[in-house]
Design a protein around this ligand. Structure first.
Ligand code: PEP
Ligand code: MN
Length: 242
């Protein structure tokens, strides 16, 4: 299972280019339409107009379009644009009340969800979000592990506290669990190491990786995005460590 695509949808041209380049390579084409930013004033996504670019690009990629929803009204807009799947991000999953509000709207539209782990190293919040969605009747497609924030300086942007991923695997033994190499690594040179570590855990059934036609020009997460050519080696590393 592969979720590939840029951190953010930046323009129609950018999205169609990456859609073409990833043709037949991904199960889902991802792009952030609304970007949850930790600090005020950062680029927070193009918003609604980008949904149509994502849908168009996903057709070229022969993949299912997927984006993050941060607010209940995002669910309405995504569903109206034809999206059948979304992901809930690391910042949202920290807020049970927000998850309830999103779950209500997802259930209403019959939109399914992937659930990232929260930024904080808290397995219970992650499990709680999955339970809340299910309680509203939302189909949870799987969980995505993106590492956790550490107090100490670390090699990676987010620490791959594998025991948290293992916790969700024990909670739901058959739920698909993906490893988000990009948001763990934070730098493209470190993605291969995370791919090897993830493989060694045997916890994951697939990957989320940020892919951009021109990573250095990306508006968000330029340091960690890779080209469609580079992503092949990472997938290979995850599937075959030799
Ligand atoms: C993302 O996938 O673009 C993203 C913002 O991730 P996270 O919620 O894991 O920080
Ligand atoms: Mn990103």
């Amino acid at each position: 299972m592969l979720i590939l695509g840029p951190c953010s949808a930046e323009s129609r041209t950018q999205m169609l280019e990456i859609g073409r380049q990833l043709r037949g390579r991904a199960d889902y084409l991802r792009a952030g339409v609304w970007k949850p930013r930790t600090r005020c004033g950062s680029f927070s996504g193009v918003g609604e107009p980008a949904l149509a670019w994502l849908v168009e690009a996903a057709k070229l990629a022969e993949a299912t379009p997927i984006t993050e929803v941060e607010l209940p009204e995002h669910v309405d807009l995504a569903a109206e644009a034809g999206l059948r799947a979304v992901w809930l991000g690391a910042r949202s999953v920290c807020s049970p009340a927000l998850i309830d509000a999103l779950a209500e709207r997802l259930a209403l539209w019959g939109v399914s969800a992937w659930v990232k782990n929260p930024i904080a190293p808290c397995l219970e919040l992650w499990i709680g979000a999955i339970e809340r969605l299910e309680a509203y009747g939302v189909e949870v497609l799987g969980a995505i592990f993106r590492g956790v924030k550490s107090l100490e300086p670390t090699r990676y942007r987010n620490t791959p506290a594998w025991q948290i991923a293992q916790g969700v695997r024990i909670f739901r033994p058959t739920l698909p669990l993906l490893c988000d190499l990009s948001h763990i690594a934070g730098k493209r040179d470190l993605l291969a190491d995370v791919a090897s570590e993830a493989r060694a855990t045997s916890l994951f059934s697939g990957l989320m990786i940020e892919v951009h036609a021109r990573p250095n020009d990306a508006i968000t997460d330029a340091k960690q995005q890779v080209t469609p050519q580079e992503v092949e080696a990472l997938i290979g590393r995850f599937e075959d460590p030799k």
